[in-house]
Design a binder for this molecule. Structure first.
Ligand code: BGC
Ligand code: IFM
Length: 814
């Protein structure tokens, strides 16, 4: 069952029923100001950092109720409704929500009064625009009221949610004409505030929630809206809100458009003391400048066109055209869109990530780079340096950092032993895309301390050596607190039954080792070697090459279980992910990484491992993370067995590592299987089972419940997942096979043998490559000929053209 459809021309998903199984959301904003918006108008906004500078409130634990947002109430006679159905839930005569690239349009009609709300964050300005158009579709005149409504957050979202004894007394606002200013904290910090305004004279306003909703009132039927009259309340403490009242008259067929702007304003440091700041009176000048940019419909339409142009540009760097409509849709639009959103958000703010828990993940953001570096290489460069600046001097890393301060989060700390190697992965992807080796010369701090800085190359060296020097009893890398699988905590013990686990300290070990990290070490170690060679670091390259070769041997000697790669050894040197185990016999992660690293490829280990994945881990909705699930809690394994069977890391279908298997299948040349793995979790291919999948059918979710769970096939945690980057990497670089490399663009498709070929346009280092792949013999992999601008060439690594801006490449498979 579907709740809408894809409109590929507009690049939109059009939702046709407000009652989607979960809120289906979109993200507004590409720079500093961001909003989450659901298909019924729910959501919230923040500036740069969802924890520290939150503009509007979210109600936690609110999926699927989603009852707070930026709302517009229409009151015509006794009828009260909203363009997006929520929060009044008055049935609408017509409803549609169009989620597009950085904008959403919600259309609702009731009693022949049509409303259209266009929400977006314009490029270059820190605000969300809500353009609201009302049209009288009847043949009689209509008189009605519009009431806007936002609930302000007192900036620090964590504090806002917990520190009521203070917060109920700090809220302050000012109202000037049609502009409501939320200035809590201005007295203290004097540099930022929010403004919520409309480009029209108003018939009233409210800024105090109790006045607007009524005592014990609900936002489904605010007292002010029911009575039809604003109270012009001025909030003093308690809960500040912003609401405008506009009385509207429309002749038959007439339309009127209003522009509401919710802006973030920060005075320049030198302006801090302008006006009466000492008394807490704000300096309104910058807000007025902001509002003046969007005070007419024409200016707003222009800003909307500019945003669309920005996305046209971004999505023009990689496009394909094939016989597969759904493949084209995902590659040309939604994979790349989700990659941009994960770039902006990392894992911080979604309907499943609170914005106050995780900031930017070291591991996560490095992986995100793999998906978006071709879209915005300059920002990828900046991101790499930001991430590296939080690394510790010994090469280990803070697991997360806060986007506003860009400093490591000491509450979480370090100890995830895969983290350092992801820095090599991200940097290598950047260099392969851009050819810009100068990034390696950038002076980059450790632990955000500029006094402790080296060039980035030295950061990479320390990353590689950290793994080399943290080796356990079998010669495999130590896992630390966990590797990619956050929940596999193998250095755990508990002293008392029922007591939560503790971890071994340095004196007791910790001994647990990870075969997944070994795979990473080999795979990204090869990149490290290439980079060293390019820098002329001959000795270091040799040393690294030897370490990689040794590690390969160690994996084959101690990390192979007969039919698949083992997952790990725990602190007591018991095997994890072995046929000897009762539960958790086989895990997906080492199969993906050891095959991608080609460990034992010639000897047939890789193929065997992938056959085992198919045999033991495959389901109709994707590949589960492990089998059999852990049926009881094991303190010595940590969080993984705390999940009921089939959920999350305990045998859920973790979408993130499905593309690893698909890529691994291309390594052994099985295009049909790579394709099957790709399409099984791919949103456009499973749109028809939206009632089972339940999350948005245009983006990936982190997890789909596995076959051991009662709700097999139900997805959770949509949007912010490494799946987006890995999937785009998989389909663009390995299935379609257009892969940037140090010395050129590799073309090496591995496609289903039913496919005749495809065409692609790929911008690469300033040159546009028009690529035609033909598959006349219907093979899965292999190349018969390569022609560049009409000349047959020997290699499928196309060098960067020096004197041309367009190059035509034809690759014949066979
Ligand atoms: C969280 C888990 C989560 C895991 C992966 C851990 O830090 O505690 O709930 O499944 O990360 O996101
Ligand atoms: O690798 C992690 C990631 O960092 C956060 N989400 C879950 C993954 C697996 O545990």
């Amino acid at each position: 069952m579907k709740y809408g459809y894809f409109d590929d021309i507009q690049r939109e998903y059009v939702i046709t029923s407000p009652k989607t199984p979960q809120p289906w959301i979109n993200y507004l904003g590409c720079e500093d100001f961001f909003s989450l918006i659901s298909n019924t108008g729910g959501g919230y906004s923040f500036y740069k950092d969802a924890k520290l500078l939150r503009l509007t409130r979210y109600r936690y634990n609110n999926v699927p109720r989603d009852s707070n947002g930026h709302y517009y109430y229409i009151k015509e006679n006794d009828s009260i409704w909203n363009p997006g159905w929520m929060p009044s839930k008055t049935p609408l005569d017509f409803y549609e929500c169009h989620h597009g690239m950085g904008y959403s349009v919600i259309k609702g009609t009731k009693n022949q009064l049509a409303s259209e709300l266009t929400a977006f964050v314009p490029m270059g300005s820190a605000c969300e625009i809500n353009k609201l158009t009302l049209t009288n579709e009847s043949n009689v005149s209509k008189n009605f009221s519009i009431f806007s409504y936002v609930e302000f957050c007192l900036w620090n979202a964590m504090d806002d949610m917990t520190n009521f004894q203070r917060n109920f007394s700090t809220g302050e606002v000012e109202v000037h004409g049609c502009a409501i200013y939320h200035k809590t904290e201005y007295r203290e910090r004097r540099n930022h505030y929010a403004v919520y305004a409309v480009n029209s004279s108003i018939d009233g306003f409210d800024t105090d929630q109790d006045s607007f909703l009524g005592s014990y009132g609900e936002n489904s039927a605010p007292e002010v809206v029911v009575s039809g009259q604003s109270k012009n309340s001025i909030a003093s403490g308690w809960r500040p809100i912003g609401s405008h009242h506009l009385k509207v008259s429309l002749a038959p067929g007439e339309s009127k458009t209003y522009v509401f702007v919710l802006g973030y304003v920060e005075n320049a440091v030198e302006d801090k003391w302008v006006g009466n700041a000492e008394d807490g009176i704000i300096n309104r000048a910058p807000a007025e400048t902001l509002l003046a940019k969007f005070d007419t419909t024409e200016k707003v339409n222009q800003a909307f066109t500019d945003l669309k142009e920005y996305w046209n540009q971004l999505l023009s760097h990689f496009t394909i055209s094939s016989s597969e409509e759904k493949l084209d849709r995902m590659v040309n639009i939604w994979h790349q869109y989700q990659c941009m959103v994960t770039f902006n958000m990392s894992r911080s703010a979604s309907y499943y990530e609170s914005g106050i828990g995780r900031g930017m993940g070291f591991r996560d953001s490095c992986q995100d780079l793999l998906g978006f570096v071709h879209l915005i290489p300059d920002r990828a460069r900046e991101r790499i340096l930001d991430i590296a600046s939080t690394q510790f001097e010994d090469g280990s890393a803070y697991h997360q950092y806060q986007p506003l301060t860009k400093k490591g989060n000491s509450d979480i700390g370090s100890g995830f032993n895969d983290d350092p190697l992801w820095l090599i992965a991200g940097t290598a992807a950047y260099i392969k895309e851009t050819g810009d080796y100068s990034i390696l010369d950038e002076q980059t701090p450790y632990d955000s301390d500029p006094l402790k800085a080296t060039d980035l190359m030295e950061h990479l060296r320390r990353s590689f050596h950290y793994t080399m020097e943290h080796i356990g009893p079998h010669g495999l890398p130590l896992i630390g607190r966990a590797d990619w699988n956050d929940c596999l905590n193998l250095n755990c013990f508990s002293t008392e039954p029922g007591e939560s686990f503790q971890t071994f300290g340095p004196s007791e070990g910790p001994n647990a080792e990870s075969i997944f990290i070994a795979g990473m070490f080999v795979k990204y170690g090869k990149d490290y070697v290439e980079i060293c060679k390019h820098r002329g670091l001959v000795e270091e390259a040799k040393l690294a090459q030897k370490a990689i070769s040794d590690m390969k041997k160690t994996v084959l000697d101690t990390g192979w279980d007969g039919e698949w790669y083992l997952r790990a050894y725990d602190h007591y040197q018991n095997k994890i992910g072995s046929k000897e185990c009762v539960d958790g016999k086989i895990f997906i992660e080492p199969q993906g990484f050891c095959v991608m690293a080609e460990i034992g490829l010639e000897e047939g280990y890789c193929l065997k491992s992938l056959e085992s994945v198919e045999k033991y881990l495959d389901t109709k909705y994707g590949i589960v993370l492990l089998q059999p699930p852990y049926h009881r809690y094991h303190v010595e394994l940590g969080e993984i067995s705390s999940y009921p069977p089939g959920y999350k890391e305990n045998a859920g279908i973790f979408c993130h590592n499905n593309p690893w298997i698909s890529i691994a299948e291309t390594v052994v040349g099985r295009g049909n299987r790579a394709w099957e793995v790709y399409t099984r979790t791919c949103p456009a291919y499973i749109e028809d089972i939206s009632e089972i999948h339940r999350t948005e059918p245009y983006v990936y979710s982190q997890m789909i419940a596995g076959k051991d769970a009662p709700n097999f096939g139900e997805a959770k945690n949509s949007w912010l997942t490494g799946t987006s980057a890995w999937t785009f990497l998989n389909v663009s670089q390995y299935i379609l096979g257009i892969r940037p490399d140090y010395d050129g663009l590799i073309i090496d498709p591995c496609i289903p043998n039913t496919m005749d070929g495809f065409k692609a346009k790929r911008d690469f280092r300033g040159v546009t490559y028009h690529i035609t792949v033909e598959n006349p013999s219907h093979v899965e992999k292999g190349i018969k000929s390569v022609t560049v601008d009409g000349t047959l060439v020997e290699s499928n690594i196309i060098p960067v053209a020096k004197d041309k801006s367009e190059v035509n490449v034809t690759v014949v498979m066979g």
